[in-house]
Design a protein around this ligand. Structure first.
Ligand SMILES: [Zn+2]
Length: 161
């Protein structure tokens, strides 16, 4: 199994503020290259996600934006999320109906996300080798994966102890 790449978010002595700024700057470049605009609202939604260790639902996003004095209707938040997903900046976790930013392995397209069912903490695990094997097995069965991310529900070490 690959290494855990999640702990770069505000942990292990990494200051989250410049980290978030860097991610936002990279997102802006990515949008420019694609000829689309990372509007202030789109950037604000992405920033909220980048500052979380846990997955966030659309309604939690509405709440968090309101706390930042941005009143945004849920439909608009959904549209923003759709945009960010289309740009490869955000991933929707189908099993929990939540959202996380795509961070450290944006283009490999092969990773596993573990989701703690107790505290909602999300980790990304690079599973390039596993992913290739999975695709081979699926291909043998005549199937093609419709999602680049494998979601696994777990109990994290902190919640287990
Ligand atoms: Zn947990």
């Amino acid at each position: 199994m690959g290494h855990v790449v999640e702990e770069t978010r505000g942990q292990q002595g990494l200051d989250p503020a410049p980290y978030v700024e860097t991610r936002l700057a990279l997102a802006r470049v990515r949008c420019e290259q694609r000829g689309v605009r990372l509007t202030p609202l789109r950037a604000a939604v992405l920033e909220v996600l980048l500052r979380q260790e846990k997955f966030v639902t659309a309604y939690e996003l509405v709440d968090r934006l309101r706390k930042r004095n941005q009143v945004v209707p849920p439909m608009t938040v959904y549209r923003v999320l759709d945009f960010l997903i289309a740009q490869g900046l955000v991933h929707r976790l189908d099993t929990v109906n939540g959202y996380i930013p795509v961070r450290d392995v944006p283009d490999s397209g092969r990773y596993m996300v573990t989701i703690c069912t107790r505290c909602a903490k999300v980790r990304e695990v690079d599973t390039t080798v596993l992913g290739i094997q999975l695709d081979e097995e699926l291909a043998r069965a005549g199937l093609t994966r419709d999602s680049s991310v494998v979601e696994v529900r777990v109990i994290c070490d902190r919640c287990r102890s």
